[in-house]
Design a binder for this molecule. Structure first.
Ligand SMILES: NC(=O)c1ccc[n+]([C@@H]2O[C@H](COP(=O)([O-])OP(=O)(O)OC[C@H]3O[C@@H](n4cnc5c(N)ncnc54)[C@H](O)[C@@H]3O)[C@@H](O)[C@H]2O)c1
Length: 360
C-alpha cells in the first residue's frame, strides 16, 4: 500500500483560478487507498488547505513541487510557472501543448530537457475516445447563464467566481423580463446539457440542436432565435454555422451569442464572426449595432463556478488517479495513451536543436 507514488497537488498560477483538480473529499479517498497526497498552499483555491489536512494530506508551500522526489506525480489544472527550465516529474494537467498553441513548444522542451512526462487531461480518454474528466457541464451552465443575464439587461461586469445557488437566484425571471427564444447548438454534449439546464433554470425552454439538426442547417431558423449558445465540439473544418454576411439578414432576431466553444482563430471555428475572446473584465463585445448583436466568448467559463466545477471534475478524475497511483498506466490504458500522445508530440512537434515547433 505504501509504495504508491505520491500525488502532489500544486497551486494554480492564474490569479482568478479558484478550481482544484482534487477536492478534500476525494483527497481523503486517495489517502484511504494508500496514496500519499501533498497539497500546496494556494490562497485563492475554493477549498481551504485545512480541509485537505483534515483529510490526511500533507501540506507544502506554493511551487514546492519543484523539489519533490522524482517519482512524484504533480497534479494541477493550468499553466506551470515559468521555472524550472527542466521538468523532471510526471505532470497531470491541461498542457494545451499539442495544437501549436502559444507556449506549446517551450513547455514540451522543458519536459524534453528534464526527462519528465506530460499526462494531458484532455487526452485522458476511454477506449472509445471519450474524455474521462472534463469541465464542460459547468462551462455551458455558466455561459448560458451570462447570456440570459445580458439579454435581460442584468449582467454586470467584471464577472467573478460565484456559486450555482447565487447564479440561479440571479436567473429568476422578473415580470418585465423580455421574451426571447433560445437555441443551444451541441445540446447533447457536456457543455450543451449545462447550457440547457441553465436556460431552464432561467425560465427559458431552449431549442436543442445537435448533429442531426445541423446536418442540413436552416440558417434563417437559427437567426430567428434571440439568444444562441454554441457548445459544439468541432474536430475538423466544416461549413460554419454563421459568417459575417449571414448577420446582415433582414430577418435576424439573434441579439446575444455565447460561444462556449471558443474555437476563435482555429480552422475548426464554426462561428468565424469575431476574432478575439472576451474577458471577465469586459465579458460582452458588441459585434453589430443595428440591430444589436452582442457576443460573450469567455474561454475560462468553469472558473466562474469553482466549487461545482471542481466537485464534478474531481469525482471523474478520482478513479483515474487511483489507477495511476496503483500502476495501471500500461500502453492500452487511458494514462498509457496520454503518455504515448506526449512522446509522439516530443518527436513531431519539437525540433530540439533549434527549439522551434514543427509547425513554424
Ligand atoms: N469556454 C470554456 O470555458 C469551455 C470549457 C469547457 C469546454 N469548452 C469547449 O466546448 C466545446 C464542447 O465541449 P464538450 O465537453 O461539451 O464536448 P462534448 O463532446 O461533450 O459535446 C459536443 C457536442 O457537440 C455536438 N456536435 C459536434 N458537431 C456538431 C455540429 N456540427 N452540429 C451540432 N452539434 C454538433 C456533438 O454531437 C456533441 O453532442 C469544446 O470545444 C470544448 O473545448 C469550452
Amino acid at each position: 500500500m505504501t509504495d504508491a507514488p505520491q500525488l502532489w497537488m500544486r497551486r494554480e498560477t492564474r490569479p482568478h483560478e479558484r478550481r482544484a483538480p482534487i477536492t478534500p473529499k476525494d483527497a481523503r479517498r486517495l489517502v484511504a487507498a494508500g496514496v500519499p497526497v501533498t497539497v500546496e498552499d494556494c490562497p485563492q483555491r475554493v477549498f481551504p488547505l485545512s480541509a485537505y489536512l483534515a483529510a490526511g494530506c500533507r501540506s507544502a508551500a506554493p511551487d514546492a513541487w519543484t523539489g519533490a522526489p522524482r517519482g512524484t506525480v504533480v497534479v494541477g489544472l493550468k499553466e506551470l510557472p515559468d521555472e524550472p527550465a527542466e521538468l523532471v516529474h510526471r505532470h497531470v494537467m491541461f498542457g494545451h501543448a499539442y495544437k501549436g498553441q502559444p507556449g506549446a513548444a517551450r513547455l514540451l522542451e522543458r519536459f524534453a530537457r528534464g526527462g519528465g512526462e506530460l499526462l494531458d487531461l484532455e487526452e485522458l480518454t476511454d477506449d472509445l475516445g471519450r474524455r474521462l474528466a472534463a469541465f464542460g457541464y459547468w462551462a455551458g451552465y455558466a455561459g448560458a447563464a451570462l447570456a440570459v443575464l445580458h439579454a435581460r439587461g442584468r449582467l454586470t461586469s467584471p464577472v467573478a467566481p460565484t456559486t450555482r445557488a447565487a447564479l440561479d437566484a440571479s436567473l429568476e425571471r422578473a415580470p418585465d423580463d423580455p421574451e426571447f427564444r433560445a437555441l443551444v447548438l451541441g445540446a447533447l454534449g457536456r457543455c450543451g446539457r449545462g447550457a440547457c439546464d441553465a436556460l431552464t433554470a432561467a425560465g427559458v425552454d431552449p431549442v436543442r440542436w445537435d448533429l442531426a439538426e445541423t446536418r442540413r442547417l436552416d440558417r434563417p431558423a437559427l437567426l430567428a432565435h434571440g439568444l444562441l449558445v454554441n457548445a459544439v465540439l468541432s474536430t475538423a473544418p466544416a461549413t460554419p454555422f454563421l459568417t459575417p454576411r449571414d448577420l446582415d439578414a433582414p430577418h435576424r432576431r439573434l441579439a446575444t451569442i455565447c460561444d462556449v466553444t471558443c474555437d476563435v482563430g482555429s480552422e475548426c471555428d464554426m462561428l468565424p464572426i469575431y476574432d478575439a475572446v472576451t474577458s471577465w473584465e469586459r465579458p460582452v463585445r458588441r459585434l453589430l449595432d443595428a440591430p444589436p448583436l452582442d457576443l460573450i466568448a469567455l474561454d475560462n467559463l468553469p472558473s466562474l463556478l469553482p466549487d461545482e466545477a471542481s466537485v464534478d471534475f474531481s469525482a471523474a478524475l478520482l478513479p483515474q488517479l487511483l489507477a495511476l497511483a496503483h500502476g495501471h498506466d500500461g500502453p492500452a490504458s487511458p494514462w498509457g495513451r496520454c503518455a504515448a500522445r506526449f512522446h509522439t508530440a516530443l518527436l513531431t512537434d519539437i525540433d530540439r536543436t533549434s527549439g522551434r515547433t514543427g509547425r513554424d
